[in-house]
Design a protein around this ligand. Structure first.
Ligand SMILES: Nc1ncnc2c1ncn2[C@@H]1O[C@H](COP(=O)(O)OP(=O)(O)OP(=O)(O)O)[C@@H](O)[C@H]1O
Length: 254
C-alpha cells in the first residue's frame, strides 16, 4: 500500500537538546496508530513539526507523495493534514454549528465573511447538521460553546477536524480532561472515523490505546524505540523500562 504520510529523518533541537532526533515513520490510509511515551519524550513537538507549527532543523514531511515540509499549517490543512483543534482554540461565544460551518467554508475556499449567513446556504447547513448529528451534538448545535460540557467541546473538535475532510488526522489526547462518564461517546466517535482516514493519536490512557490502536509507536527522548503491534509493545523490554513499566496491569495483558 502507498503511504499517505511519510516523515523522514526529522530533527529538532531546543538549545542544544535534541527533542526530535532523526524520527522517520509512515502512515497508510486507514491506519490507527497510537503515539505514546513518557512526559517530555517529544510527542507534541513531533506533531508540531508534522503540522508545520514548528520548523524542523532538518528532515522531510511528505503527504500523498508531495513534499510539504516548507508549507505553513493552513496550507497543509487544505491538502488534508489535519490535527484536532484544541478546546482552548474554540470560540466560547460561537455555537457548534458556526464552528463546523466555518470549517466547511474555509475548506472550500469560500469567504468566511459569509458565516453570518450560513443558514441560507443549504449545502453548508446540511453538511453541518450531518456532522453534528454524527458526533451526537445535534441538540447543542445552536448553544454557545461556553454552555456545553467539556466532553461535548472535545467532540466538537473532532467534528471540526472532519469538516476539513482530512486524509491524515493527528489527535492530541482526545479524551483528556473528560469525565469518565463522557469518554464512551468520544471513543465511539473515534471508532466511527472514516475507514480510509489515517489516524495518529497521542495518548497516555493505555486502556484507550489498546482499544483504539492497531499499531503503537513509542517515543522516548526524541527517538522511536518501538513501532509495532499493541500485543508486542507490552512485551518489549526497552518500552517497559522507558514507559510501560509503571502500568501495573501491563503484566496481565502481556
Ligand atoms: N518551544 C520549546 N522551547 C524549548 N524547549 C521545548 C519547547 N517545546 C518543547 N520543549 C522541550 O522539549 C521536550 C519535549 O516536549 P514535548 O512537549 O514535545 O513532549 P511530550 O512527549 O509531548 O510531553 P507530554 O507527554 O508531557 O505532553 C521537553 O523537554 C520540553 O521541555
Amino acid at each position: 500500500m502507498t503511504s499517505i504520510l511519510e516523515v523522514c529523518n526529522l530533527k529538532k533541537a531546543f538549545g542544544g537538546l535534541a527533542v526530535t532526533n532523526n524520527v522517520s515513520l509512515s502512515l497508510n490510509p486507514g491506519d490507527r496508530v497510537a503515539l505514546i511515551g513518557p512526559n517530555g519524550a517529544g510527542k507534541t513537538t513531533f506533531v508540531n513539526l508534522v503540522t508545520g507549527n514548528l520548523r524542523p532543523d532538518s528532515g522531510m514531511v511528505r503527504l500523498g507523495g508531495e513534499t510539504i515540509t516548507g508549507l505553513n499549517p493552513m496550507r497543509r490543512v487544505r491538502k488534508g493534514l489535519v490535527r484536532s483543534f484544541q478546546v482552548t482554540r474554540l470560540f466560547q461565544d460561537m455555537t457548534p454549528a458556526e464552528h463546523v460551518a466555518l470549517a466547511i467554508l474555509q475548506r472550500d475556499g469560500r469567504s468566511t465573511q459569509m458565516l453570518g449567513h450560513f443558514s441560507h446556504m443549504p449545502d453548508v447547513t446540511a453538511e453541518t447538521g450531518e456532522l453534528l448529528s454524527k458526533l451526537g451534538l445535534h441538540d447543542f448545535a445552536s448553544s454557545k460553546v461556553s454552555r456545553i460540557a467539556y466532553g461535548q467541546q472535545r467532540l466538537l473538535e473532532i467534528a471540526i477536524a472532519l469538516a476539513l475532510r482530512p486524509k491524515v488526522l493527528l489527535l492530541d489526547e482526545p479524551a483528556a480532561g473528560v469525565p469518565q462518564s463522557d469518554t464512551g461517546r468520544i471513543e465511539q466517535a473515534l471508532a466511527e472515523l472514516p475507514a480510509d482516514l489515517a489516524v495518529l493519536m497521542i495518548e497516555h490512557d493505555m486502556d484507550l490505546v489498546f482499544r483504539f490502536a492497531r499499531r503503537v509507536i513509542v517515543l522516548a527522548a526524541g527517538e522511536i524505540i518501538f513501532d509495532g503491534s499493541p500485543a508486542e509493545v507490552t512485551k518489549d523490554a526497552r518500552v517497559r523500562e522507558a514507559y510501560l513499566g509503571s502500568y501495573a496491569y501491563v503484566s496481565s495483558v502481556a
